[in-house]
Design a binder for this molecule. Structure first.
Ligand code: IVH
Length: 347
């Protein structure tokens, strides 16, 4: 069905459309986050979410109580015990075009009441995996939880302990430290896992993200242990002492504590430098050994991050600049034609 331009929707049509989008996005969230088996592409998901937001801007009074704009991820699955996050695990707003990056820098400076030129940002790849929060108390890993719906996640502690790049013990860490980052699978490991799955007649995975999510979210940690998972640290939750004064130094501190951090993280002075780093990472993308789907920009000064704070589901101090969906070839294996009651043929 052709979609109508948001600017020409009547109020009644907008109400129906918001209901349709809420249902479609909820189904997509369950398939992606709970079943690890997405039914629509990430680009289509982003498009539906953007359309939903545009309709809500035009008809604010029609915004639903269960609006997809207020949702992060999906509820934790019943197979795991639940963990209430000490600090919510949120999502990121998206930029799709260079102009959206200019807007992000301008609105950040405006919110703070400072000159754009006085802001600096980190830029780092957006890893296409699933986020994980690791809680350390007195240097010991005591809990690992998935994002879930942002407030409550799944307790996957035993599974996380089987991942080689997740330290069980830290030295010289704050007494309470929640390290957040992305569990992912490298391309070569993904190919080998799928070959092994096929060889023993087991289900193969659609892409490395699903393989990583399906492997971490196993009820038997011995299965997770056999899966080649890796972890990049890029953020934190609850802390008993600050890690550093800037985002960049905090990342260096996480690296010094023994976490893998992404080597393509850079400090950038403004929108031009951010977009230049985005273009550089975009050009390197097909040679990276893991999937990324964009570049994340974060205000470098942590005091400014604190002043900027959060909207309902996203920080004001960060944004994800997404890549256009990668093109892929497929083989069309056949076209089935149905003959309708009137004799019309529909493929
Ligand atoms: S920062 C407050 N940095 O993207 C949000 N997230 O769309 C802090 N992600 O849930 C997240 N790479 O799973 C951040 N370098 C990166 C990331 C990253 C991937 C994921 C993460 C997050 C999602 C948001």
């Amino acid at each position: 069905m052709a979609e109508q331009d948001v600017n020409t929707l009547t109020e009644a049509a907008a109400r129906d459309e918001l209901a349709r989008l809420a249902e479609a996005l909820a189904a997509a969230n369950t398939a992606y986050h709970t079943e690890d088996a997405p039914e629509i592409s990430d680009a289509e998901y982003d498009r539906l979410k953007k359309r939903n937001a545009a309709i809500e801007v035009r008809f604010p009074e029609l915004k639903r109580a269960d609006s997809p704009s207020e949702k992060v991820g999906a509820a934790p699955s019943d197979g795991f015990s639940k963990v209430t996050h000490a600090q919510a695990m949120l999502s990121l707003g998206n930029a799709f075009e260079d102009a959206d990056v200019d807007d992000f820098v301008a609105r950040t400076a405006k919110f703070l009441g400072i000159a754009e030129a006085s802001l600096s940002f980190t830029a780092e790849p957006k890893i296409d995996g699933l986020s994980l929060s690791l809680r350390y108390e007195n240097g010991q890993l005591v809990q690992a939880a998935t994002r879930g719906d942002g407030a409550t996640g799944e307790n996957v502690t035993a599974n996380a302990r089987t991942i080689a790049s997740i330290p069980h013990q830290l030295s010289f860490a704050p007494d309470i430290l929640e390290v957040r980052g992305e569990v992912y699978m490298r391309h070569d490991d993904f190919a080998a896992l799928n070959a092994a799955q096929e060889a023993r007649g087991a289900k193969s995975f659609a892409n490395p993200r699903n393989a990583a999510a399906g492997s971490l979210r196993q009820l038997d940690p011995e299965i997770t242990r056999q899966r080649p998972l890796a972890f990049f640290a890029y953020a934190w939750g609850a802390l008993s002492q600050p890690l550093a004064e800037t985002q960049m130094e905090a990342i260096l501190r996480l690296a010094a504590l023994g976490f893998e951090t992404n080597p393509l993280t850079a400090l950038c002075a403004g929108a031009k430098e951010l977009v230049a780093h985005y273009d550089m990472i975009g050009a390197a993308r097909s040679d990276l050994p893991y999937d990324i789907d964009g570049v994340v920009y974060k205000v470098n000064d942590l005091e400014l991050q604190a002043r900027l704070g959060f909207r309902s589901t996203t920080p004001r101090w960060a944004i994800a600049h997404k890549f256009a969906a990668e093109l892929a070839w497929t083989r069309l294996e056949g076209i089935d034609i149905q003959v309708g009651r009137t004799g019309a043929l529909s493929p």
